[in-house]
Design a binder for this molecule. Structure first.
Ligand code: FAD
Length: 275
């Protein structure tokens, strides 16, 4: 463990491995974790946040492993663009720029827990869980809907580190992601949507339309009860999605536009994944 002091009382710990990072977090539960820094350093540079202690995870190789059932929290977007999951790869390709994708991680996206986090609808549609670990209590695996508790709020404890996204066995192969923003590239989502189609039918998850990522469960039930996906069924499905989301008006968009876009996006992705 190396410690540097940057004069402004910001203590920096570069963890060598996971045990090192867990020990540092146990010792300093208020310390901020740094993965790619693409969210955290923006906050620091804008002087919105000045953590007195930072624990860097950048050298923790164990967190970068990616397998079909487990994605290490330190996996960078540039890695996830390559697979193994189609919908997550599609989402990864839309995150920021190549520079941001080379540094930013899925763990940081989860840690920030912004409603606009582009990795989060995939986690919701996959019904994945977030694995967290602490030196004292070991590992906890938290279902996604219990992990995300509000805008930029999660149920992680101060001494815990997100170690992985754990994916259930029944993950559907048909996966489609799309997002709407004010431009085509380098854009934070105004609305994002991930649709999966598997043996249990369609799964529909959305981002930027509620304090946390959500599943459009009423719309899912409606469309999964239909034997044929006709134009009328799709119209009704889009209407239910628009009703079910809980967006707000903010500097990026209005509630009304977000409702409309959520319906349009979900409908389009259902059509695409039904092919
Ligand atoms: C120009 C620009 C464009 C962007 N575009 C997009 C975009 O299109 N879509 C999008 O979703 N995001 C975007 N972002 C935001 C950001 O890049 C992503 O959220 C990224 O995934 C954050 O990952 P990171 O590793 O850089 O996180 P960091 O900045 O290192 O960390 C973010 C937060 O998570 C916590 N954290 C990190 N790792 C862990 C861990 N293992 N356990 C517990 N807590 C942890 C940190 O303490 C911090 O609070 C953009 C950012 C910038 C600057």
């Amino acid at each position: 463990m190396r410690i540097a002091d940057y004069g402004m009382a910001m203590e920096f710990v570069a963890a060598r491995d996971l045990d090192d990072a867990l020990a540092a977090k146990a010792q300093q539960p208020d310390a901020e974790l740094l993965a790619g820094g693409t969210d955290l350093m923006v906050e620091v540079n804008l002087a919105h946040h000045r953590p007195s202690q930072v624990i860097s995870l950048r050298r923790v190789a164990e967190l970068r492993d990616v397998t079909p059932r487990r994605i290490g929290s330190g996996a960078r977007w540039a890695r996830l663009e390559q697979g193994p999951h189609r919908g997550l790869a599609q989402a990864a390709r839309t995150v920021g720029s190549p520079q941001i994708r080379a540094a930013g991680t899925i763990g940081g996206n989860i840690g920030t827990a912004s409603p606009a986090g582009d990795g989060l609808p995939w986690i919701a549609a996959a019904d994945a869980s977030i694995e967290v670990r602490s030196a004292e209590r070991g590992t906890r695996v938290v279902p996604w809907h219990e992990f995300f508790t509000g805008v930029k709020r999660t149920s992680i404890q101060p001494d815990e580190i997100i170690t992985a996204v754990v994916i259930p066995d029944d993950l559907p192969e048909h996966q489609e992601f799309a997002k709407v923003g004010v431009r085509n590239a380098m854009v934070i989502s105004t609305v994002s949507c991930l649709v999966m189609r598997g043996d249990d039918g369609f799964r529909v998850a959305l981002g930027s339309v509620a304090p946390t990522p959500i599943r459009a469960t009423s719309a899912e039930q409606m469309i999964n009860a239909e034997s044929t996906i006709s134009e009328a069924v799709l119209d009704e499905f889009a209407r239910i999605v628009s009703q079910e989301v809980k967006p707000i008006t903010d500097h990026r968009s209005t509630e009304g536009y977000r409702r409309h876009a959520a319906g349009v996006l979900a409908r389009r992705l259902v059509e695409r994944s039904a092919r």
